[in-house]
Design a binder for this molecule. Structure first.
Ligand code: HEM
Length: 176
């Protein structure tokens, strides 16, 4: 997984739970000396998952609670600083989410070792979208947390519901 994800996780944990919580989470994951990480570094998926589990143990949060916090932090804070350009062309959550498949492909194209998550879209009605998450990483909670974060950023009350092991139904507010 790209280093940028871990950098955002670290920032969120240090800001919301304190620096000690981050150090403790790393220790829980068996890491006693934190390596230097750049946004483009590639970090073993297993290590990333271990660190996330360490964070959950250290902070007493469930995976779902962590994923919701991270999704909100990534979209409303970190990406606003790091990836602002992706938001400029999208005026609502619907436009932004529909771009996510191509954004992930283009963001990782320059890195042949990267395997971005892919998304498929199917409209059930005018305001109900089925979004399918395709990734061997199976980070469904994080996928859902990020969608909720997009709703928060655009100030839209999205209804997000898991309907199968890799599909989510998103109900957008009706256009006024
Ligand atoms: C500007 C916004 C975003 C940017 C720039 C971005 C970029 C990235 C990057 C670079 C990765 C690492 C990929 C890799 O290591 O191969 C990643 C992972 C991921 N992204 Fe995004 N992302 C954004 C928003 C979102 C949103 C809104 C969703 C959900 C709809 C999402 C879902 C995921 C998931 C689930 C992963 C974990 C990797 C996996 O499951 O395989 N991202 N993203």
């Amino acid at each position: 997984m790209k280093g940028t994800i871990v950098i955002a996780v670290r920032e969120m944990v240090q800001q919301q739970f304190g620096k000690d919580a981050w150090t403790k989470a790393l220790l829980e994951a068996g890491i006693d000396k934190e390596p230097a990480i750049a946004p483009s570094s590639m970090i073993d998926d297993k290590v990333v998952i271990n660190v996330i589990q360490g964070i959950c143990r250290t902070t007493g949060k469930s995976m779902q609670q962590f994923a919701d916090m991270f999704g909100e932090y990534w979209v409303t804070q970190y990406a606003q600083r790091m990836y602002k350009s992706f938001f400029l062309g999208s005026k609502c959550a619907r436009d932004f989410l529909l771009k996510m498949d191509s954004v992930h492909v283009s963001m990782t194209r320059a890195f042949p070792d990267s395997t971005p998550p892919r998304f498929e879209y199917e409209w059930k009605s005018d305001n109900t979208l089925i979004m399918t998450y395709k990734s061997p990483r199976g980070l469904m909670d994080i996928f859902i947390g990020l969608i909720k974060g997009v709703g928060k950023h655009y100030g839209e009350n999205l209804q997000v519901r898991k309907i199968t092991s890799n599909q989510v139904e998103i109900v957008f507010p009706k256009a006024a």
